[in-house]
Design a protein around this ligand. Structure first.
Ligand code: OGA
Ligand code: NI
Length: 373
């Protein structure tokens, strides 16, 4: 009897993922379930050292490599990036602590905080009645001094540690955008002052009893210029390449960089913005920190003027790229909901309107737009 009671008690304290079977609310219909879970990692996602500076064709080596990767798949990893390991480890530790604390605070489980940051547990992510196998926290990061006091106040080190991480990420993103400018032939500073609107979004994906039934993150394209992701040396990220889901390798201390759909448009579709998703693992917890480097809200997103010429006209026909429903949804957003049966040409719109029409961050879009104030 005593043992029975003790087990009951322990069960009560168990976190939502500490289960032997996947609850039915987390099981996706067959057509959405993950594929290629155990395939080898994809070696066509380049690993680029930012320390190399040998010039080739007039550009330094990292510029050439970033240009090629952005044109081919829109995904690459960077190493030798200069961000101190301790800054990153501290950020990962404080976020892990943050997620552990939410498990203990049962009063805030489903209602997202609307004050400065949004925390959501796994039951909040209903997609056609199915939940994702993750928890998430997100908040704006620019200007740092105006946002920092709105971030979680516990763990007590959260604000200090994440601010230090963001300072480094902002330096890295500026550096990468400058290399992209050079590679594309845009004038230096093209993205300066227009790319400072940054969100941090951290996902906690606990181990799952059966990864073949669940998803950590639905297939999506990032609504950013670029996204810089730290994945702590764990697997789970998959990218759509030639119609197949391929696994992104886990490289300790590297950052995954991907081209967002806004930069795809600015580049006059020279760059690709690839669809990606996250699958779960039976034994590994994945903790990720994504920073979205977004255009400023009033920037009218359209192909950069000097990337448009007679050979590469700016006109973007719906039929050319509409390969699936997801892209169609994003496209509709850029069209201000024109009739998709009569595809229109690409119509430039302000980034803030795009975000609202595409509902890029789901129910949280408006809150994030307003800086959560
Ligand atoms: C994202 C994303 C991947 C991850 O937040 O847009 O793709 O591993 N995240 O959490
Ligand atoms: Ni993403």
């Amino acid at each position: 009897m005593w043992r029975f009671q003790r087990e009951m008690k322990e069960d009560k304290g168990a976190r939502w993922f500490e289960l032997e079977c996947v609850p039915k609310e987390y099981i996706f219909p067959k057509e959405y379930r993950p594929q290629n879970l155990d395939s080898p990692v994809c070696d066509s996602i380049p690993v680029i050292s930012l320390a190399k500076s040998k010039a080739e064709n007039g550009h330094s080596q990292p510029v050439e490599e970033i240009l090629k990767a952005s044109q081919e798949l829109g995904f690459f990893q960077v190493i030798n990036h200069g961000i101190p390991e301790k800054t990153v480890t501290d950020a990962m530790n404080v976020l892990k602590e943050f997620f552990d604390m939410q498990a203990k605070d049962t009063t805030t489980v489903t209602v997202p905080h609307k004050k400065g940051y949004i925390y959501t547990n796994s039951t909040y992510f209903a997609k056609d009645g199915v939940h994702l196998w993750r928890e998430n926290v997100k908040h704006p990061c620019h200007p740092l001094e105006e946002c920092i006091h709105l971030w979680p106040a516990s763990p007590t080190r959260y604000q200090e540690v994440i601010a230090a991480y963001m300072v480094e990420i902002q330096k890295l993103s500026t550096r990468i955008l400058e290399m992209i400018c050079e590679g594309l032939g845009l004038e230096q500073g093209y993205f300066k002052d227009t790319s400072e609107v940054q969100f941090l979004s951290s996902n906690f994906y606990p181990p799952c009893p059966d990864p073949s039934l669940t998803l950590g993150l639905l297939p999506h394209i990032d609504p950013s210029l670029i996204t810089i992701l730290y994945q702590g040396g764990s697997t789970g990220l998959q990218v759509m390449k030639d119609g197949q889901w391929v696994n992104v390798g886990a490289i300790p201390n590297a950052f995954v960089v991907n081209i967002g759909n806004q930069l795809e448009i600015i580049s006059n579709w020279k760059f690709k913005s690839a669809k990606h998703q996250v699958v779960t693992s039976t034994y590994e917890t994945r903790l990720s920190i994504a920073t979205f480097v977004n255009p400023s809200p009033n920037w009218i997103i359209e192909p950069a003027k000097n990337l448009v010429n007679e050979l590469e006209p700016t006109l973007y026909k719906a039929s050319q790229n509409m390969v699936n429903e997801l892209e169609l949804t994003l496209y509709k957003a850029t069209q201000n909901m024109v009739n998709v049966l009569e595809p229109a040409l690409y119509k430039p719109i302000q980034y803030k309107d795009y975000l609202l029409h595409s509902n890029a961050f789901g129910d949280d879009t408006a809150a994030l737009q307003n800086g959560l104030r």
